[in-house]
Design a protein around this ligand. Structure first.
Ligand code: AKG
Ligand code: FE2
Length: 278
């Protein structure tokens, strides 16, 4: 046996070599993200893109005050427990047998009216989407089902954190939206952040069938991603963050202060369109 081989086997026996650092799995923070940054997200060579102060802090504070008078609902508690409060319907809650239940459209209409009443003519969602159009340099539209536009822009409050999970419409609910999707991003613009906790953790790990052994309710045990590189993003007020939601991700619990975000998903289509839904 050559000494090189011998040395190599010694290393293998005595050390725990775990690739924890991946230069192509990093968080890019930029006030002017480029289209190429989102393309990298889609390609898997970037973990997250953060746009600091996407919405001015005063605007966020005003919005949070206005939301105080507004009644939130929760995700279907049979699916997500402990409950997560939100304003607006999630496609996730209304999926049934390859279709979206009829009540979805009613909930969507009602939430659009409530949102309009809260924001008036000064709609932060319009600002976020207009800027996304500039970044993407291509069409950005609501995803559709049977030609009808899905609801975009739920407000979500996470307090006790969120279990590790992934979001991938084409895998979870194939064939529901009219568009074909080749990648999916989670988007959150944080309008209120807690003093401590509430970090978004994105693992460099996608779901695979054998993970089902480690399923816990709506999520998975963090054991399955324990050896993988990960990034942690602690958002500030008004920051926006995009990440590949097909990667496992979790949110750490928070202490004092509320954690509220304007949340939607962005799907990349083969025609270079970004389609949105919540
Ligand atoms: O609130 C966050 O930071 C991310 C929440 C989440 O799971 C998602 O947007 O898919
Ligand atoms: Fe998620």
């Amino acid at each position: 046996m050559s000494s090189t081989l011998h040395d190599a086997s010694l290393v293998a026996e005595n050390t725990d070599v775990i690739q924890q650092i991946d230069p192509l799995f990093d968080v890019l923070s930029s006030t002017v993200p480029y289209r190429s940054d989102l393309v990298r997200l889609a390609a898997g060579t970037l973990a997250a893109v953060r746009l600091p102060s996407h919405l001015p802090a005063e605007w966020c504070a005003e919005l949070v005050r206005a939301l105080d008078d507004c009644e939130f609902d929760t995700y279907d508690e049979r699916r997500i427990f402990p409950p997560v409060t939100k304003l607006g319907p999630a496609v996730f809650d209304y999926y049934l047998d390859h279709a979206i239940r009829a009540e979805y459209w009613e909930h969507a209409e009602q939430s659009r009216r409530t949102w309009k009443r809260i924001v008036g003519d000064n709609d932060p969602l319009d600002t976020l989407i207009s800027e996304l159009r500039l970044i993407w340099q291509g069409p950005v539209e609501a995803a559709t089902v049977g030609g009808r536009e899905l609801f975009v822009g739920m407000v979500r409050e996470l307090t006790g954190g969120a279990r590790m999970h992934f979001d991938e419409l084409m895998r979870e609910f194939p064939g529901v939206v009219d568009q074909e999707l080749v990648a999916q991003f989670g988007f959150n613009c944080y309008i209120s952040v807690p003093e401590e906790g509430g970090e978004l953790v994105v693992y460099r790990r996608r779901w695979k069938p054998s993970d089902e052994r480690e399923r816990i309710g709506y999520g998975w045990s963090e054991r399955i991603a324990a050896d993988e590189p990960r990034v942690m993003v602690k958002p500030g007020v008004g920051d926006s963050v995009w990440f590949d939601s097909r990667n496992f991700h979790s949110i750490t619990p928070n202490t004092a202060g509320r954690r509220l975000s304007i949340a939607f998903f962005c799907g990349v289509t083969p025609e270079n369109k970004l389609v949105l839904w919540s």
